[in-house]
Design a protein around this ligand. Structure first.
Ligand SMILES: Nc1nc2c(ncn2[C@@H]2O[C@H](COP(=O)(O)OP(=O)(O)OP(=O)(O)O)[C@@H](O)[C@H]2O)c(=O)[nH]1
Ligand SMILES: [Mg+2]
Length: 221
């Protein structure tokens, strides 16, 4: 996470926080279309495989703060992927996507999680996403299987449809709000520490996500 400091958004409003969130998962699960839906409310059935890395931003409000969500998207295909460590650097949230109609994309989730945990901040907020919920008749991954996996691994979980716009906003907002909650909680702890030492009781805001505390347990959707 980075604090906006003196930075300003497109329409001149002050940005309080910039949250980097990464999309990961197998090729063709719908990562780029989830991003297109969230960032621009667009969808394309002829979406091309991503090559390298792209990101898009959307500025929104959480709890009277202005947050710029910077969502990074990369290729699911190994041969098109850019340097992994750079992709994960500074990420405070991750959307791990599989396709509910492709068993293999779900079987690979554990591998993606391993890569994520190996490269990202240990406090990163992770959402497991079963995309293409509009294709219910072709479903091969039961909701219950994914839910159990998510609970075991302490991840948020939702099924989405980028095509029908189901739960896309909800999924991103849940992750962004959780990140915000962690950051605010850290600020509170910092203030209490300042108070008890008899120093200034002024609001001191943490600028580093690395020092934030993540709750041990988390609700899954
Ligand atoms: N029915 C349906 N199709 C979807 C949905 N989301 C994406 N698709 C389609 O699935 C295909 C792959 O989508 P992409 O978003 O390009 O997949 P990706 O995960 O970005 O793939 P890579 O860039 O190769 O990693 C495209 O034809 C999309 O139109 C969805 O929610 N429902
Ligand atoms: Mg893509």
């Amino acid at each position: 996470m980075s604090r906006g400091g003196g930075s300003y958004g497109e329409v001149g409003q002050k940005i309080d926080y910039v949250f980097k969130v990464v999309l990961i998962g197998d090729s063709a699960v719908g990562k780029s279309q989830l991003l297109a839906r969230f960032a621009r409310n667009e969808f394309n059935l002829d979406s091309k495989a991503t090559i390298g890395v792209e990101f898009q931003t959307r500025t929104l409000h959480i709890d009277a703060r202005t947050v710029k969500a910077q969502i990074w998207d990369t290729a699911g295909q190994e041969r098109y992927r850019a340097v992994t460590s750079a992709y994960y650097r500074g990420a405070v949230g991750a959307m791990l996507v599989y396709d509910i109609t492709k068993r293999q994309s779900f079987d690979h989730v554990a591998r993606w999680l391993e890569e994520l945990r190996g490269h990202a901040d240990k406090n990163i907020v992770i959402m497991l996403i079963g995309n293409k919920s509009d294709l219910g008749t072709l479903r091969v991954v039961p909701t219950e299987d994914a839910k159990e996996f998510a609970e075991r691994e302490n991840l948020f979980f939702m099924e989405t449809s980028a095509l029908e716009s189901t739960n896309v906003e909800n999924a991103f907002m849940t992750v962004l709000t959780e990140i915000y909650r962690i950051v605010s909680k850290k600020n509170l702890v910092a203030n209490e520490e300042v108070d008890s030492s008899g120093n200034s009781s002024l609001l001191k805001e943490s600028r580093s996500f690395n020092h934030c505390q993540v709750p041990k347990t988390k609700d899954t959707a």
